[in-house]
Design a protein around this ligand. Structure first.
Ligand SMILES: [Zn+2]
Length: 483
């Protein structure tokens, strides 16, 4: 598999340090608020990467941390008059709830910053002893950026460029504006731990250097694009300067999510939490939308695109439902299928895997799925083709391939009929349909038909239509949908 490496700015073949085993570390959330759609994208990108690697026969140790002590957590705790630990616990639990709903596989290890205080202090001590960091009289510890010449290699920034933007804030005792904090002396009212430099707490970046240390060198280090600088740049400096070894081989960063073509921010009021979105759409619709673009491209969230995603997703499930029904037919004829159909079908299976192997191109992989759905629909809809023995083979293959899509993408794995009804109910909810009223009318119509009172049944159909509901009678009974 090839992945785009932010460090070298090109696609590179993933060659695990230990053959057959991938160590992957992804920066997790700072637990001070509910996760938004940007968090969902990052989680889904790395979820699909882990799934794809495992389905391709590799073992993966997947580590994703939680930042459970930080300025934002402390601020929120103070605003709400709560304990900071309580705030962190609340939002870690909320993270698990949201990610479980989205079908994101849990990381194998979920270290928390506060469990690694000792290890962080050890890194600081090593760096101080080697002259690469220093403690200030007030008890802060800074990394001496100029002691690490490759600094800037990940983000592609030179020290001169960085100097232009660097500032020393009032009260900071930095030797050089470029230096960054490894350890911060505790201010009144803040959580603190004893340290060789007095009571204090860790800086943000040092956490990940401590939590990733047991897995070095990482085969893949991931996170959102916003983490490239300074967070990941600083992680590299801390780890590589303190242990002399490489932190990570491949640096994988996912792109941003915009909302209605604007950057998402609390001040613009367009902040979309996962919870908000799941009020209106099924989790798989959000997953489908977010995987609809290659992970490095920006993606734009709009209600229209979500509606389109829902329709596209339904097309796959409808095809799987019809394929299952089609396969229940007893007799097949020896008529041959046109060669072009067979050939295209055979090529699309490997093409799906090749798309994922090419820098996890989920957009292209989904395109190949839709090509397969088109072929299957053609076989199911064409009377002559439908009976052919070759069609049975393709439809059986479709169901096997769908299981592989589920393994790799985390989609298309639900019972089609149950899923399609759940989708309809979400649409009904968005349309603010009065479901109890609809159900009452549907029941009355069933009763009328059972009593062979077709005039009443027709009138009830009209009443349902007035509410925006279409009803159909099928061999499986009465079914309804939004008009
Ligand atoms: Zn990190």
């Amino acid at each position: 598999m090839q992945l785009y490496n932010t460090l070298t700015r090109k696609k590179e073949v993933l060659t695990p340090v230990r053959p057959g085993h991938v160590n992957m570390y992804v920066c997790g959330i700072t637990a001070y608020d509910y996760c938004h759609i940007g968090h969902a994208r990052s989680a889904l990108v790395f979820d699909v990467l882990v799934r794809h690697l495992r389905a391709s026969g590799l073992e993966v140790t997947f580590v994703r941390n939680f930042t459970d002590v930080d300025d934002k957590i402390i601020r929120r705790a103070n605003q709400e008059g709560r304990d900071w630990k309580d705030v962190a616990e609340t939002y870690i639990a909320a993270f698990h709830e949201d990610m479980d709903a989205l079908g994101v596989i849990r990381a194998d290890k979920e270290p928390r910053a506060t469990e690694y205080i000792r290890e962080m202090q050890d890194i600081c001590t090593t760096l101080i002893n080697e002259g690469k960091a220093y403690a200030t009289p007030s008890g802060d510890v800074y990394f001496r950026v100029r002691s690490y010449p490759p600094y800037g290699k990940l983000s592609g920034r030179s020290l001169d460029e960085l100097m232009a933007g660097a500032r020393v804030a009032p009260g900071e005792e930095k030797e050089d504006p470029l230096d960054f904090a490894l350890w911060k002396a505790a201010k009144p009212g803040e959580p603190w731990w004893e340290s060789p430099w007095g009571k204090g707490r860790p800086g943000w970046h040092i956490e990940c250097s401590a939590m990733s240390k047991p897995y070095l060198p990482l085969d893949i280090h991931g996170g959102g694009q916003d983490l490239v600088f300074p967070h990941h740049e600083n992680e590299i400096a801390q780890t590589e300067a303190s242990c002399g070894c490489e932190l990570a081989r491949l640096w994988v960063h996912n792109g941003f999510v915009q909302v209605n073509s604007e950057k998402m921010s609390k001040s613009l009021g367009n902040f979309k939490t996962i919870r908000d979105i799941l009020e209106s759409y099924l989790p798989e619709t959000l997953r489908f939308f977010l995987l609809g673009k290659q992970y490095r491209s920006p993606i734009d969230f709009t209600p229209e695109i979500m509606d389109e995603s829902e329709k596209a997703l339904n097309r796959v499930y409808e095809c799987l439902r019809e394929a299952r029904k089609g396969l229940e037919r007893a007799s097949w004829k020896k008529t041959p299928l046109p060669q072009d159909i067979v050939k295209e079908w055979q090529e699309l299976g490997p093409a799906f895997h090749a798309a994922l192997d090419d820098d996890l191109n989920t957009a292209q992989a989904l395109g190949h799925i839709f090509s397969q759905v088109r072929i299957a629909n053609r076989l199911l809809e064409d009377k002559a083709l439908r009976a052919a023995e070759g069609s049975r083979e393709i439809l059986e293959d479709l169901l096997r391939r769908a299981a592989d899509w589920t393994a790799r993408l985390g989609m298309f794995g639900q019972d089609p009929q149950t899923f399609l009804i759940a989708q309809r109910d979400r649409r009904a909810r968005r349309a603010q349909l009065d479901i109890p009223a609809v159900e009452a009318l549907l029941q009355r119509r069933l009763d009328a038909r059972a009593a062979r009172d077709f005039a009443a049944s027709d009138q009830l159909r009209d009443e349902l239509a007035a509410l925006g509901v279409a009803v159909r009678d099928t061999p499986e009974g009465q079914v309804w949908d939004l008009i």
